[in-house]
Design a protein around this ligand. Structure first.
Ligand SMILES: Cc1cc2nc3c(=O)[nH]c(=O)nc-3n(C[C@H](O)[C@H](O)[C@H](O)COP(=O)(O)O)c2cc1C
Ligand code: SF4
Length: 578
């Protein structure tokens, strides 16, 4: 694809506009120049939450409202911001300095509650800090504030071996740590050898579905036609998930090297890395890594003198969870609203612009260099059959240690939370764990000893999902958690199909009613039936999985829902107004 993408063009217009928005005249200009209808350009601009078609303040404050931040009392942060700024959510201060907005997950769950002012993240917020932060931003502008992510030195580090060890902005340090050796070995042995090695390693995708990577690559390698694309999915929008950001910020070359090897094996000459717009530091680190890889001959027209041409472009997202779904992500790169495509056909044969396309998650691709360097046999020595290698877990919620953990598949969930994560905070008991994202599974203490691998999780109808683990202590209100999840899906549904568009709204309204004290026991049956209908009839996995945790919370904690209806008060205290 040639020229600037629609997302980049709109990002540029918005950031160059004093009132932080995309004026109608500019959408008109884009429409005329690109010969795309005005309604399409406008439809695109209004789909993504980071874009605005209405004037806003000089600084945009986006407060994360997703589950980990909600559990970290994001509501109190919002209330304080409203008080200090004298505006409500969605409004701009009279002096035009600030616009206050809510946001879905910002990927800062280990430092909740969190917010961003312009591109700068602020974590571990307390209400007392708010006046000072606002004063400072007003006088000095939004300053760089890089916090260091905690990485637990757990056993079995494969993907994170260099994170926190080498300087992520230095290609020399990456090379000194055996970087780009895998690429050389791949080129020496040829594409088919690489595919065979990947198949032998039995690496499975880390983006959620767990599809075997070697097989996916083989489909694209065998697909006819000279034009094929490779995409790295770095959209990471699942609440409670921030592991891909940690790789991008801490070891960007491992992803670039994985992408080049994947492209070499499958015959792709153009690559994209789609990074969510909220991850500014990741974008900058990947940008630098691509530039350095190019100047060292690892990217370009003739990689390492082999005659193999390949290059990578960054595509910046603009705020949408569903765009992480692979076909939706391709629609987004092509300049369309984030709506999923019908499958089949699948991306390996019909993907970006209708061409064969390999799409892999960041963590999947970061596994490739160690597999190629050390060999598939070495990789298969790491833990249990059919789940070889390690998995990254994003740990947050009511746990003593929050951050990213790398542990071999087969490690027990109880070990991850109690030993590596230091157990439930403040000596409280465990109520449950939201596992694999808010579209994943609600696990109760009796399931806590489950080994985390594909086969074991299937026995309890779960999967690793995004690898997020949100721990809930005994004081957490299940109804309140369900409400937060319903709100998230209602907001993120793309609206293409009725079961999800209406179903997510209905779920939210019923839970709202229960929280307001007018719930009836029959509401629980309605939620379960609605959940079943959404699972069976929604067009894509977003709508199919949106009711998962809510319905499971009724099945596993029915008495808590009934108690709530009877007492008409929120267990664990607090309020839920939004
Ligand atoms: C609603 C939704 C959101 C998703 N978000 C992401 C994401 O942020 N990152 C990701 O890698 N995969 C995400 N996926 C999964 C992708 O569709 C796809 O399976 C994945 O990128 C394939 O890579 P893998 O084989 O390496 O796992 C999402 C799926 C759905 C249904
Ligand atoms: S299930 Fe939801 S997100 Fe998926 S197509 Fe339907 S409305 Fe869109």
């Amino acid at each position: 694809m040639k020229g600037k993408s629609l997302t980049d063009a709109l990002h540029d217009i918005q950031s160059g506009n004093k009132e932080n928005y995309i004026p109608e005249k500019d959408t008109l200009t884009i429409s005329e120049k690109s010969k795309v209808s005005l309604s399409k350009v406008y439809g695109f601009a209004t789909f993504y939450s980071m874009f605005s078609v209405k004037p806003r303040g000089k600084h945009i404050i986006r407060v994360c409202k997703s589950l980990s931040c909600h559990m970290g009392k994001a509501e109190e942060v919002i209330e304080k911001l409203e008080e200090v700024l004298g505006v409500e959510i969605g409004e701009t201060t009279e002096d035009g300095e600030f616009t206050l907005e809510e946001s879905s997950c910002l990927g800062m769950c280990s430092v909740s509650p969190a917010m961003m002012i312009d591109k700068i993240p602020f974590g571990n917020l307390t209400v007392d800090q708010i006046p000072e932060i606002i004063k400072k931003v007003k006088s000095e502008g939004s300053q760089e504030k890089i916090y260091t992510e905690q990485i637990l030195p757990a056993q079995g580090r494969v993907v994170l071996k260099s994170v926190g060890v080498i300087n992520p902005e230095s290609i020399d340090e990456y090379i000194a740590s055996r970087g780009y050796l895998a690429l050389k070995k791949a080129i020496e042995n040829g594409p088919q050898w690489v595919i065979n090695e990947l198949k032998k390693s039995e690496l499975r995708g880390r983006g959620g579905a767990g599809f075997p990577t070697g097989r996916k690559w083989e489909f694209t390698a065998k697909a006819p036609g000279p034009q094929k694309y490779l995409i790295c999915n770095a959209d990471e929008g699942e609440p409670g998930t921030f592991k891909d950001r940690v790789i991008m910020e801490g070891d960007p070359h491992s992803i670039i090297e994985g992408m080049i090897i994947a492209a070499f094996a499958t015959g792709c000459n153009n690559g994209y890395i789609y990074i969510r717009g909220e991850y500014d530091l990741s974008i900058r680190r990947i940008e630098k890594a691509i530039g350095d890889a190019r100047s060292h001959g690892f990217l370009g027209r003739n990689i390492l003198g082999s005659g193999f041409p390949f290059d990578i472009e960054i595509h910046k997202g603009a705020g949408s969870y569903v765009v992480g779904e692979e076909t939706t992500l391709m629609e987004s790169i092509e300049g369309h609203r984030g709506e999923p495509r019908k499958k089949p056909p699948y991306p390996p044969t019909f993907g970006l612009l209708g061409k064969p396309t390999v799409i892999n998650n960041v963590e999947t691709l970061a596994n490739v260099p160690p597999i190629i360097t050390n060999g598939a046999d070495w990789y298969r020595t790491i833990r249990v059959p059919e789940s070889y290698g390690t998995k990254l877990f994003s740990l947050s919620g009511d746990v003593n240690w929050k951050g990213v953990i790398e542990a071999p598949f087969g490690t027990r969930l109880s070990y991850i939370v109690n030993e590596l994560g230091g157990g439930v905070r403040n000596g409280k008991k465990l109520r449950g764990v939201i596992f694999g994202g808010v579209s994943g599974t609600l696990l109760t203490p009796d399931q806590f000893d489950i080994p985390v691998d594909f086969n074991s999780l299937v026995t309890i109808e779960a999967g690793p999902g995004s690898g997020s683990i949100i721990v809930m202590d005994e004081t957490r209100s299940i109804v309140n958690i369900a409400k937060n999840i319903a709100y998230f899906f209602k907001y993120e549904s793309c609206g293409k199909c009725t079961p999800c568009r209406i179903g997510t709204e209905q779920l939210m309204n019923i839970i709202d009613r229960i929280l307001e004290g007018s719930g009836k026991e029959s509401d629980l049956e309605v939620i379960e039936r609605l959940g079943q209908d959404m699972r069976l009839t929604s067009f894509c996995p977003l709508g199919q999985t949106a009711p998962n945790i809510i319905v499971q919370s009724i099945q596993k904690f029915r008495s808590k829902w009934l108690e709530h209806m009877k007492d008409k008060k929120l267990e664990g205290g607090g309020s839920y107004e939004r």
